[in-house]
Design a protein around this ligand. Structure first.
Ligand SMILES: Nc1ncnc2c1ncn2[C@@H]1O[C@H](COP(=O)(O)OP(=O)(O)O)[C@@H](O)[C@H]1O
Ligand SMILES: O=C(O)C1=C[C@@H](OP(=O)(O)O)[C@@H](O)[C@H](O)C1
Ligand SMILES: [Mg+2]
Length: 184
């Protein structure tokens, strides 16, 4: 599979809590790729948590750091990159994402809500009604996520290993489409 991809990076996009970080790490192992999580790089570079970045610099400050990190990582090959859920918001980020194959991990708001119920590390969910916040974020972002090359819908019961297998099985179909496009 790694050969088939010819070193092209895989970018995982989708809502917070869908499993980009968890699945991305496993997917990288299967592909013999390196793994990068843009949030991890941002936290290391800023020397503070995502919550503290949002508090000190606002969402705008965080988004700038996110774009800076994406611009840097896309210069490398053979990477699986788990992005933050809001990476799709900035137009400029798409020119970086399109250097690689973009995979949208999609699941229900209920699944995300159950997973992140006790989680305090997503500043955008520190809301009086986190479920309705998730719904409005998804409504805003769905048209952006749908620009991905691959749309993988996952159910609450699917394990990370099963999701990795689903993604690996779907990749050849997208590559074929791209090859056909190149010939035309
Ligand atoms: N397939 C899965 N089944 C059950 N729990 C999962 C699954 N994928 C992720 N999780 C859990 O959901 C939470 C969010 O996962 P994470 O990988 O951080 O998502 P994201 O990076 O998309 O925000 C974590 O607690 C993680 O352990
Ligand atoms: O959806 C978002 O806007 C965000 C998602 C988070 O990453 P995950 O999608 O990995 O949770 C993180 O980048 C930040 O809290 C903002
Ligand atoms: Mg993540």
């Amino acid at each position: 599979m790694s050969n088939l991809l010819r070193g092209v990076n895989l970018y995982l996009i989708g809502m917070m809590g869908v499993g980009k970080t968890t699945v991305g790490r496993l997917l990288a192992q299967e592909l013999g790729y390196g793994f990068i999580d843009t949030d991890d790089v941002i936290v290391k570079a800023a020397g503070k948590s995502i919550n503290d970045i949002f508090t000190d610099e606002g969402e705008t400050g965080f988004r700038q750091l996110e774009s800076d990190v994406l611009a840097q990582v896309c210069a490398y090959t053979k990477l699986t990159i788990a992005t933050g859920g809001g990476i799709v918001l900035r137009q400029e980020n798409w020119s970086y994402l399109h250097h690689g194959l973009i995979v949208w991990l999609d699941c229900s708001v209920e699944t995300i809500f159950n997973r992140l119920l006790e989680d305090t590390t997503r500043p955008l969910l520190q809301d009086s009604n986190p479920e309705s916040k998730l719904r409005s974020l998804l409504q805003q972002r769905q048209p952006l996520y749908s620009q991905a090359d691959l749309h993988i819908t996952i159910t609450q019961e699917q394990t990370p290993e099963q999701i990795v297998a689903t993604i690996l099985a779907a990749i050849p179909s997208v590559l074929k489409t791209q090859d056909v496009q190149h010939q035309n």
